[in-house]
Design a protein around this ligand. Structure first.
Ligand SMILES: Nc1ncnc2c1ncn2[C@@H]1O[C@H](COP(=O)(O)OP(=O)(O)OP(=O)(O)O)[C@@H](O)[C@H]1O
Ligand SMILES: [Mg+2]
Length: 302
């Protein structure tokens, strides 16, 4: 095992039954070392997103084994998977998945709720620290619609890193960006990789492979070519990256979501909860005000 962080063996993910079965992944084997920066390429429909979803514990294989950090995770309960995901994995999507009604600071602080941080001020301190790292501190109170595409993606990356995951999974993170914004995002990912984190990124852009230590071309649910450009011994030394994480209370894992929801669904649930709380507060305020006004009127009429 040693430096192996992810090990997939004979993994298959299929859809449909009998003659109608289609394989998104078939007999897929992959060993990922800590500190690798893997770029995954391949034609549309070859199984890239399916692979990231399985590695990110958002989807489960029909067959095969998945060992994450020495622990077999393919058959874990949904609750345990969600818990592991919130602590070890950061997900970055092409379409950012920011909550439109939450400001930048709240968006970035959100994952810390799921990873067990009870203290709101500590969550904000950690979010503020990582936003500073991405030069976004002046945008903390902006809503997502007030940001450029590149800024939104940097906020999304900051959000995926705030809980200090060891593994970052990115599905075409620069797909919607102009070349300048894409360059900035790639430079950020490069810096994160150099700090010893493991990155697996899907891209359609061959010029981005210069950032990778390994390039895998997929075809029809399997690996077509797999080329390492950096020897395992020369990979960046893993160091623990604490974006203010050291201060956070990791103990309470009870906050991890029950269901195997995607992080986006979880975010929405959290948003609804917050909105309900806010509404309750406003209703209370309104009732108080109504009572006060009624009393005042009564006095006036007397
Ligand atoms: N929920 C689903 N039901 C049925 N088939 C699915 C489902 N999700 C994915 N597939 C199929 O699995 C295959 C792999 O899909 P996947 O999304 O992993 O491809 P991809 O390589 O990410 O493609 P793209 O580059 O277009 O994003 C496709 O043939 C797709 O139609
Ligand atoms: Mg895809």
């Amino acid at each position: 095992m040693g430096n192996t962080v992810i090990e997939l063996k004979s993994l298959s993910r299929s859809y449909g039954y009998g003659e109608g079965t289609t394989y998104a992944l078939k007999d897929f084997d992959l060993e990922v070392k800590r500190g690798e920066f893997i770029m995954i390429m391949g034609p549309s429909g070859c199984g890239k997103t399916t692979l990231l979803n399985i590695i990110g514990l958002l989807d489960r294989p029909n067959f095969g084994s998945y060992v994450l950090d020495g622990e077999s995770v393919a058959r874990l309960s949904a609750r345990k998977k969600a818990n592991l995901r919130s602590k070890k994995i950061g997900l970055i999507f092409q379409d950012f998945n920011l909550i439109p009604t939450l400001n930048v600071l709240d968006n970035v602080a959100l994952p810390l709720i799921y990873s067990g941080s009870k203290s709101k001020s500590k969550r904000y301190i950690a979010a503020d620290n990582i936003l500073k790292r991405f030069h976004l501190e002046k945008r903390e109170y902006f809503l997502p619609f007030q940001l450029s595409g590149g800024q939104k993606q940097r906020v999304a990356i900051a959000r995926s890193l705030v809980a200090s995951p060891e593994i970052i999974l990115a599905d075409e993170p620069t797909g919607n960006l102009d070349s300048r914004s894409a360059h900035i995002v790639m430079e950020e990912l490069k810096a994160i990789h150099e700090e010893g984190n493991t990155i697996i990124m899907v891209t359609h852009n061959p010029s981005l492979t210069t950032y990778a230590t390994r390039v895998i071309h997929m075809l029809d649910g399997g690996i077509d070519t797999d080329i390492k450009t950096v020897a395992d011994a020369d990979l960046p030394q893993p160091i623990s990256v604490h974006f203010g994480r050291a201060n956070l209370d990791r103990k309470n894992s009870d906050l991890a979501p029950e269901s195997e929801s995607t992080s986006f669904e979880i975010d929405i649930k959290e948003e609804i909860k917050t909105t309900k709380k806010k509404t309750k507060k406003s209703t209370r305020k309104l009732k108080k005000l109504q009572k006060k006004t009624a009393k005042k009127k009564k006095k006036e009429t007397l």
